[in-house]
Design a protein around this ligand. Structure first.
Ligand code: SF4
Length: 398
């Protein structure tokens, strides 16, 4: 516990691959980084990062997601959620290199929204997203065949959360659907139900369920969960025909850890606490909390909170710790009693950032993320449908 007003949870072991070593080539995460990384204990890393960034000047633009480590955020030109960062990247056409300190699907979105002459770089290709990994394009194509066989594909609109691969976004675009963020999921559903009778929501079942039930007034019984690991998604054709929301069986391994019990425990630990959670949390957690909203909503809410107020926040730990540091006049605790970093976000560390910047300085573009042009075209259509929703541009910029 180093921050006034912040109660540091007790650490628990995390199953991390050694940073810079090893990866799962079958996953969204890609492959391990080539070349030698500086050692993490090198006391000159901060100075090296500063020197390389200064030497690159306006040629490089560094984006930092809210869940990134402090040591990386220090070098970010802008911070934000995934969609804001993709838009920020698109607003810098003069930058030759976009260094995306986040995870793989975010860098893909930045590549889709930026000019092809700009190189989008992910400092560690093993920084993926377990949620995005839960929906592979072949599985989703197979699921669509199941909907076709049930006779409902033509009345079903696919909506995919921003946290999905470019291939899934392109699938959504090809089948008349759109992308959404946690800020605009309700508007995306509202639009989808004007275009069809059912929504096929990918890949986060919790965001889909929470939005459908709490913001669109559907019943829990209107939602079914499609399990890609079971024949027919584990559902009968009649169940699919009766459902209004067909939720993909995916979740965030960070937000999915919180339970209703953790909410009850924090209320006992911190008298008068307001519990604020992200909509990627399980439905019962959202029901037990006081407030639910996107990362940007969480930041705005804490910024506007009165001095002396107490908050338990259910989102990624790096962000919660920074909020506590920025608001020493408020008591800010992490919702869980144990550590809940996003392990893949944490793969981007100072050695990887230094390695990336120094390679760029020496004329080597490393770890470039390039989306196939046809995939990018359809993904862009799905992203543009989101941007065309009423009020979405304004929300996306905040
Ligand atoms: S916090 Fe969850 S959704 Fe975000 S990158 Fe990590 S695993 Fe993916």
């Amino acid at each position: 516990m180093t921050t006034e007003g912040f109660v540091d949870p007790a650490p628990t072991p995390l199953a991390l691959l050694l940073l810079g070593r090893g990866a799962d080539p079958d996953s969204e995460r890609g492959v391990e980084c080539p070349g030698d990384l500086p050692v993490a204990s090198d006391p000159g890393l901060v100075a090296r990062a500063r020197a390389a960034k200064a030497a690159l000047g306006d040629r490089v633009f560094v984006l930092g997601h809210h869940y990134q480590r402090d040591e990386v955020i220090e070098f970010a030109d802008v911070t934000g959620d995934s969609f804001k960062l993709a838009r920020d990247a698109a607003a810098r056409p003069d930058a030759e290199f976009i260094v995306f300190c986040g995870v793989h699907f975010m860098a893909e979105s930045a590549d889709i929204l930026t000019d092809s002459s700009q190189a989008v770089i992910l400092p560690d290709l093993a920084a993926g997203c377990s949620m995005a990994d839960m929906a592979a394009i072949a599985q989703v194509e197979d699921a669509w065949d199941v909907l076709l066989d049930a006779g409902i594909a033509d009345v079903t609109v696919p909506i995919t959360y921003m946290n999905s691969t470019a291939a899934i976004k392109a699938f959504t675009g090809r089948h008349g659907g759109a992308v959404c963020t946690s800020s605009n999921a309700a508007r995306a559903l509202e639009w989808a139900f004007t275009m069809g009778q059912k929504v096929f929501f990918l890949p986060d079942q919790h965001l889909g369920r929470n939005t459908a039930v709490l913001e669109r007034g559907l019943a829990l019984g209107d939602c079914v969960v499609f399990d890609p690991h079971k024949p027919g998604g584990g559902l009968t054709a009649d169940q699919l025909r009766a459902a209004t929301m067909i939720l993909w069986k995916g979740h965030c391994s960070v937000h999915g850890r919180f339970t209703a019990t953790t909410v009850a425990e924090v209320r006992e630990r911190v008298p008068g606490v307001t519990v604020l959670v992200h909509p990627e949390c399980q439905h019962e957690v959202v029901l037990a909390a006081d407030l639910v909203g996107s990362t940007e909503f969480i930041i705005r809410t804490i910024d506007a909170a009165p001095p002396g107020s107490s908050w338990a926040i259910g989102t990624e730990l790096n962000l919660v710790k920074r909020l506590a540091l920025a608001h020493p006049d408020k008591t800010i605790v992490f919702l869980d009693k144990s550590v809940c970093f996003c392990s893949t976000m944490n793969r981007i560390d100072l050695p990887h950032l230094v390695w990336t910047l120094e390679n760029l300085l020496e004329g080597r573009v490393v770890n470039r993320i390039e989306v196939d042009p046809e995939v990018a075209r359809w993904a862009r259509i799905a992203l543009d449908r989101m941007l065309a929703l009423p009020g979405v541009s304004a929300v996306a910029k905040d």
